[in-house]
Write a protein that binds this ligand. Structure first.
Ligand code: AMP
Length: 582
């Protein structure tokens, strides 16, 4: 048995298959905001009984007779019970034991089915001196057993037993032939009843729950979160959207449209960690899945491909733009890191991003900040060997971003192979419970992996940078021609980079893509990762080398998502000839 006070909830609860919907005088507290059930009138009970009865439930509709609607006389009891029945109740409930036996008998004689209510009877709150457990001493136990016998003899078809020790609940249940329905009366009653607001967690957080309540949901918090989200959307101009609006017929609309702003901005911008967390908590309370793409901005198609991946994996997409000062090992690199916030904002809005999280460095690292997150071993090789402190900066900021955004899933590009491996390890080691999804490398038409840092190259440098994808091609060619040792493959890469006078190879390493363990030979698919300096700009790239591949497709054609415009790639034929020549 569950209480219900209106049609919507009666339908929802009935759909769950409960046996009895109780239109309780508890509505005094949960609907009317009173401190007890005493102020509730028969007219109010009739009104709510009618609302619940309209749900046309399968469950039996039971209406409470409120305080002083039946204690005054049998005639009043009959008249008021009749009002509830006429409003749609199929049975009525009244509080009291032996004292009400005569009334129960009179109602039963009038064919009004009666449920009695004994133990802690809320309408007697003042006599009991509060909502106190009953039947704890021997005398009151005996009195309750006598009450139970009396109401059953009088013709009640069931009895609610409230606020008694479980031993007494069991005793009363064993004593009676009619079913007992317990609330705070232990597990041995034939049935149980809870107030719907308690069961669904609709009460405000500061409301102290009695011991016998078990919350099966936290709908109160969800309601607040949903309305907060709605209000925020309205204030930010994100609701209603174009799709949620009516449109004038075409001709009339065209004239009006010229005078109206066309954008329905829906992307929200959040700058504080606390604000981000509040937003994330609300989405989670609503059961929505948050997808996250961390970036340092100056966005390109590579970033946007991650956003599309994120969109396909969650209900809400958050992108962060934060140029993380603690992952830069060189001050000048941080200062010269390209920034274009307005364009980034537009791109993200067009990509359907829900939230741009763009905290100020002081928000992320206040003066007193001294903590860090570090992943051992994995960070010692490749870029880690050449950029002291870089990965500690990455794992620290990614942890902080995860705590702010609280995503279910986060997308990281394979372009930063080591970063992906390190973040995956950290998430597993530290039990972040976030799904880390890789995103493929997006390249320019000539095969150069897209990167914000490419913008720092001048035209000559940009041409020279083609040696990086060319070196990747060379590695694949070498493997296709039978090279298997790291030495041979590394040499092929080094030769191609050496052809370009503006370029300097920092490392070329063969390794396992997950553990980053260096490989001496390639017998299965193995990653090659490189870092190359071109005109003082550090470029990284990687590709999977497959020893079963005999005629590798060119990287540019194979992987680019943006063919067409741009630089010509270095021809494979040229590379072949160069490799043969040397
Ligand atoms: P960044 O803004 O450079 O920190 O990069 C943000 C995310 O975008 C990282 O997960 C990168 O791996 C990813 N990313 C960068 N460049 C590319 C690219 N060319 N293709 C795919 N993902 C990329």
């Amino acid at each position: 048995m569950v209480t219900a006070y209106d049609c919507t909830f009666a339908q929802l609860i009935d759909r769950a298959g409960v046996d009895i919907l109780l239109v309780g005088d508890s509505l005094g507290m949960v609907v009317q905001g009173e401190h007890s059930t005493l102020p509730v009138t028969i007219e109010e009970m009739v009104y709510h009984t009618r609302l619940v009865a309209r749900a046309r439930s399968n469950a039996l509709v039971l209406g409470d007779l409120p305080f002083l609607s039946y204690q005054t006389s049998r005639r009043d009891a009959l008249e008021n019970a009749g009002k509830l029945i006429k409003a749609g109740a199929e049975a009525v409930k009244l509080e009291g034991g032996r004292a009400q036996a005569g009334t129960i008998r009179a109602l039963a004689r009038a064919d009004i089915p009666v449920v009695a209510h004994i133990g802690l009877t809320p309408q007697s709150v003042h006599r009991m001196g509060g909502h106190k457990v009953q039947g704890r001493d021997e005398e009151s136990r005996q009195r309750l057993l006598d009450d139970a016998r009396a109401i059953a003899d009088a013709g009640a078809f069931a009895v609610v037993v409230e606020g008694v020790p479980l031993e007494l609940g069991r005793e009363i249940t064993a004593l009676l032939d009619i079913p007992t329905i317990g609330i705070g009366a232990g597990p041995f009653c034939d049935g149980q009843v809870l107030v719907m607001h308690d069961l669904l967690g609709l009460a405000t957080e500061d409301h102290k729950m009695p011991r016998f309540v078990r919350r099966y949901a936290g709908l109160g918090a969800q309601v607040t979160a949903a309305v907060e989200a709605y209000a925020e959307d309205v204030r930010a101009g994100g609701f209603p959207s174009d799709a949620e609006s009516y449109h004038a017929p075409r001709a009339a609309g065209a004239a009006a449209a010229a005078h109206e702003p066309q954008t329905c901005g829906r992307m929200q911008e959040i700058e504080s960690v606390a604000g981000m967390q509040r937003w994330a908590d609300r989405q989670r309370a609503l059961g929505l899945r948050i997808s996250f793409v961390p970036t340092m901005g100056y966005l390109h198609e590579g970033h946007l491909s991650l956003v599309r991946e994120a969109r396909s994996r969650g209900d809400r997409v958050v992108v962060s733009i934060f140029v993380n000062p603690i992952q830069f090992d060189r001050e000048e690199d941080l200062i010269s890191y390209p920034r274009q916030p307005e364009r980034d904002r537009r791109l993200l809005e067009d990509a359907g991003v829900d939230v741009l999280f763009a905290p100020h460095p002081r928000e992320m690292y206040p003066d007193e900040f001294v903590s860090s997150v570090n992943v051992e071993r994995l960070t010692e090789r490749l870029c880690g060997a050449h950029r002291p402190g870089h990965f500690r900066g990455v794992t620290t900021v990614v942890s902080k971003l995860f705590h702010a955004v609280k995503p279910h899933v986060a997308v990281f590009g394979e372009k930063d192979l080591q970063q992906l491996a390190v973040v995956r390890r950290m998430v597993r080691d530290l039990d972040f419970g976030i799904d880390i999804v890789p995103g493929r490398i997006v390249r320019e038409a000539d095969g150069l992996a897209m990167s914000s840092r490419n913008a720092r190259l001048d035209a000559q440098g940009r041409l020279a940078a083609r040696c990086v994808p060319a070196a990747m091609d060379a590695a694949r060619l070498a493997v296709a021609r039978g090279a298997r040792s790291a030495e041979e493959i590394g040499a092929a890469v080094a030769r191609v980079v050496a052809l370009e006078p503006r370029a300097r190879l920092e490392y070329a390493v063969l390794c396992d893509p997950l553990s980053l363990e260096p490989a001496e030979r390639i017998d299965a698919a193995t990653q090659i990762a490189v870092a190359v300096w071109v005109d003082g700009v550090r470029l990284i790239d990687n590709v999977l080398l497959d020893p079963t591949e005999t005629s590798p497709a060119r990287l540019a054609r194979h992987e680019s998502h943006t063919p067409g415009e741009g630089y010509e790639s270095v021809p494979v034929e040229f590379l072949l000839a160069e490799l043969d020549r040397r």
